[in-house]
Design a binder for this molecule. Structure first.
Ligand SMILES: Cc1ncc(COP(=O)(O)O)c(C=O)c1O
Length: 279
């Protein structure tokens, strides 16, 4: 699939960056994953806004926004229904082993998502929920703790992890946001927890607004989620996917997952005039 590095299209097997790059050596870089529906990238502006916030937190200089946008559009058009990954590495800041920051934009096949998710809850003491500093809520390539959490859950037979603070306050998944219906209200953890400002979360909140569903963002204990009428996992890749199990606890599958899924799809169609996935 199409790979663009610093604005140049490169064959897949020649797409390389320096071994001195801190992106390679130390996970120092920022990234985004943008969904393309039939060649139309969804909400590029929101993803670029977040990329700019992440890069600013790490003092990484980004290429001009217009160029980034055109590379994303090119990859989306080439990939059709796919996901477009943007990675901007930190380059090397070591004296004697210099490497410039690199911007990689590539089309990838859309990751396969089960129709319903099972998650394993676990304390995430590494999560920025414990950090009120400038790295809170940024999308950096230092995703090792996130991926180790997914891996731990998968080795225990679950699809993914559900991350909690030390006090069992619900945060998010390693690569997705969570939300649920409780007493007719849509509830989701507040961004004040240092969770990622998810683009899909914004779409869900807009959908709730359209449907006149009351929304509460806050600090919720795990028990609140376990007692919910329906729970959803949200992301660019997962869209709105019902969660049917948290540990040994079964969660009902109700009507709102379908309703929010349909709203999500209608927003995608309206903005991209492509046909979104039916998952
Ligand atoms: C930690 C985390 N939370 C939430 C999300 C969902 O964000 P979005 O809806 O913008 O894909 C992601 C996406 O990768 C993520 O990494």
């Amino acid at each position: 699939m199409k790979v663009i590095i610093d604005g140049t299209v490169v064959p897949d097997d020649e797409a390389v960056i320096s071994v001195h790059d801190w992106g390679v050596l130390r996970g120092f870089g920022v990234f985004e994953v943008i969904r393309s529906y039939e060649g139309n990238a969804f909400r590029i502006a929101s993803h670029l806004d977040r990329l700019e916030r992440s890069a600013a937190a790490m003092a990484i200089e980004l290429p001009e926004r217009g160029k980034l946008e055109s590379w994303i559009v090119d990859c989306a058009e080439a990939g059709g229904s796919c996901q477009v990954r943007v990675v901007v590495t930190g380059g090397s800041r070591d004296s004697g082993a210099s490497a410039p920051s690199r911007t990689i934009v590539l089309a990838e096949p859309t990751a396969t998502v089960p129709d319903r998710l099972s998650v394993l809850s676990m304390k995430a003491l590494w999560h920025p929920a414990t950090d009120t500093g400038s790295f809170s809520g940024i999308k950096w390539t230092s995703y090792a703790p996130n991926m180790a959490s997914t891996d731990k859950a998968q080795r225990a037979g679950f699809d993914d992890a559900l991350l909690l603070t030390a006090d069992s306050v619900v945060l998010e998944g390693p690569t997705f946001t969570v939300a649920w219906m409780s007493e007719g209200r849509l509830e989701t953890p507040t961004l004040e927890l240092g969770i990622l400002a998810s683009v899909t979360r914004d779409v869900l909140l807009e959908s709730a607004n359209r449907l006149d569903v009351e929304v509460k963002q806050g600090f919720f204990p795990l028990d609140r989620l376990l007692g919910a009428d329906e729970v959803f996992g949200l992301s660019t890749v997962k869209e709105v996917t019902p969660i049917e199990r948290v540990g040994e606890h079964e969660i009902p599958i109700g009507p709102f997952g379908k309703t929010f899924g349909e709203q999500f799809r209608s927003i995608v169609v309206a903005e991209t005039s492509g046909t979104p996935a039916t998952s």
